[in-house]
Design a binder for this molecule. Structure first.
Ligand SMILES: [Cu+2]
Length: 153
């Protein structure tokens, strides 16, 4: 009985942890100098956290695997991008992340959310235009923690 309860609690804990798990991805560099990543849209963005480097062109392919009107547009407010994503198609969005920081990308009503983490070159300034999000707060904490140990990344 006690074992069953303990197992139940552990399983419940894992399920909660899973709900809060963000899918992160570092964009990979193409031979023609783009940072590329693919985001699948089906009830959410996956991955919902993309890491890119400042100043290097980004090519994001959004594959919208649904026709829910909610996800019809993707908006990168920090970079002035607002694009329509036809249902069940892949749409490529390209831009240069000129500013470092954490920026939200969302659907037109802000229900689907992802973070674009733009990393500055070493020692580069942080942008005040960056939109704060849970991720950016967590990142800031992590950065502070790492700096406290004297480790630069
Ligand atoms: Cu929406």
């Amino acid at each position: 009985m006690e074992v069953a309860v303990t197992v139940g609690i552990v399983v419940a804990g894992l399920l909660v942890a899973r709900l809060h798990l963000h899918h992160r991805q570092r964009a990979s560099l193409t031979v023609d100098g783009y940072q590329k990543a693919r985001v699948v849209i089906n009830g959410r963005y996956r991955p919902d956290m993309l890491r890119v480097q400042q100043g290097v062109p980004v090519r994001l392919r959004f594959l919208r695997r649904e026709d829910n009107p909610c996800s019809e547009r993707v908006i990168f407010a920090g970079f002035g991008i607002d694009r329509r994503l036809p249902a069940f198609q892949e749409t490529t969005v390209e831009f240069v992340p000129t500013v470092a920081g954490t920026f939200l990308f969302t659907c037109q009503w802000g229900m689907y959310r992802g973070s674009l983490v733009v990393t500055a070159p070493r020692g580069g300034p942080k942008s005040p235009r960056a939109i704060k999000s849970e991720e950016s707060m967590a990142e800031a904490k992590e950065r502070t923690y790492i700096k406290g140990q004297g480790i630069e990344r």
